[in-house]
Design a binder for this molecule. Structure first.
Ligand SMILES: Nc1nc2c(c(=O)[nH]1)N[C@H]1C(S)=C(S)[C@@H](COP(=O)(O)O)O[C@H]1N2
Ligand SMILES: [Mo]
Length: 399
């Protein structure tokens, strides 16, 4: 198979348990004052409750409450969940993973066989690309140490044929999808009612990234059912939707895959103006995660105020905070969180805030100098859909 973009071993987060234990110790510095007589000052902008329609569907997304966040690794039972076609129940003894399509040696794996393959772990902050795109949708994010076997090895063992360019990942969950059929002039000829499994694809080059895992563990425990038991794809650096749960079949294709979660749902519509003033509309499939940060909590202890938050979506170099219309002030970044794909926690001492209402905005800066866009940046302001909302978030609070 193609070797793809070379990603150095160093970039891939293969950690022994002792290194991970050290990372977990960073809890000591993170939100260090979140104990004893420290008091959280509630934000004025807490998200509204889920809309009635969603509650009626019995949807329980288990969203993160930022103000309650007190551990760098999200405990598995607290991890958010998104399932568009319900939660399949899979008997681990009956479970099979199929590798098929344009490969020399198609085969199926039992769970036991997958567990016996080389194990690798990665700490990765998984965010739903819808997070912060709708008023009630806040906290569709979590950080975990995922364990499994590298996808790359399984693809190599199957032997991808020369013609293969696309890797399609099918989940066990399925739903009804209406597929419209147009003629060349855009006239609709027919609607096909189909049943399709949840599926997403990646180019072979992206799929071959050595960080990608066929994952069966979260924080050292088996995956909970809602998070993909017994096996899911973990694609570090990609938005949640790419991380296919209840993984059942991997197919190598010689053409692009056009499933609804690539081309219809999880699609961003953007209106941008070029330098010459011409307006250009683009539609793109949600894919890689984007640079972002969030102010999680403001606390006071012994009369001293401190702002806490997180930043993720790219290797984080710095985080800056703006209070009201003041200057951008660098925040202190917690140490011991040197994981390429994991969020970093930060904090800032807020020197003698005046009483009254205040606005707090954070922005993350990655190691390449990219700055998280402001809300009026054309990348955000020109976006007409709610996906990929990584604009700078302003929280409001009364002191
Ligand atoms: N099979 C399957 N995989 C899926 C989904 C799904 O509906 N079905 N939802 C995706 C989306 S949109 C997100 S945000 C993540 C959420 O992962 P989590 O439920 O473990 O938090 O799963 C992704 N994988
Ligand atoms: Mo999502």
């Amino acid at each position: 198979m193609n070797s793809g973009r070379t990603i150095s071993r160093r970039d891939v987060l293969i950690r022994s348990s002792s290194a991970l234990a050290a990372a977990a110790l960073s809890k000591a510095s993170l939100f260090a004052r979140g104990h004893g007589d420290e008091r959280t000052i509630p934000f004025l902008d807490r998200p509204p409750a889920l809309p009635r329609e969603l509650l009626d569907l019995g949807l329980d997304m288990n969203l993160l409450d930022w103000e309650e966040l007190n551990s760098w690794l999200t405990p598995s039972r607290e991890f958010f969940r998104v399932g568009h076609y319900g939660t399949p129940e899979i008997d681990p003894k009956e479970y099979r993973l199929e590798i098929t399509g344009l490969v020399d040696a198609p085969r199926t794996y039992t769970l036991d066989e997958l567990h016996k393959l080389p194990k690798q772990e990665v700490v990765f902050t998984l965010e739903c690309s819808g997070n912060d795109g709708l008023p009630w949708f806040r906290g569709g994010i979590g950080n975990a140490r995922w364990g499994g076997t590298p996808l790359r090895g399984v693809l190599e063992r199957a032997g991808v044929k020369k013609k293969g360019i696309e890797v399609v990942f099918f989940g066990a969950d399925s739903g009804d999808v209406t597929v419209p059929y147009f003629d060349g002039d855009g006239i609709k000829l027919q609607d096909f009612d189909t049943t399709q499994n949840f599926a997403r694809s990646m180019s072979l080059e992206d799929a071959a990234n050595p960080a990608n895992l066929l994952c069966y563990e979260i924080n050292g425990e088996p995956l909970p059912r809602a998070n993909g038991f017994p096996l899911r794809l973990i694609a570090p650096g990609w938005y949640g939707v790419a991380n296919v749960k209840w993984l059942q079949r991997i197919e190598v294709w010689d053409t692009r895959f056009m499933g609804p979660f690539m081309t219809e749902r999880y699609v961003t519509l953007h209106e941008g103006a070029r330098k010459d003033g011409q307006v250009v509309w683009t539609r793109s499939s949600v894919g890689r995660g984007l640079l972002k940060s969030m102010t999680a909590r403001v606390a006071v202890k012994d009369g001293l105020h401190r702002i806490y938050g997180a930043a993720w979506g790219a290797p984080i170099a710095r985080v800056e905070v703006q209070i009201d219309d003041g200057p951008w002030i660098p925040a202190a970044i917690d140490q011991g969180q040197e994981h390429e794909f994991a969020w970093k926690f930060w904090s800032l001492d807020w020197k003698s805030p005046s009483s009254g209402e205040h606005r707090i905005t954070s922005r993350a800066i990655d190691t390449e100098g990219n700055v998280q866009p402001a809300m009026d940046d054309p990348r955000i302001a020109g976006k007409h859909t709610y996906w990929e909302s990584n604009g700078q978030i302003t929280r409001t609070i009364r002191i």
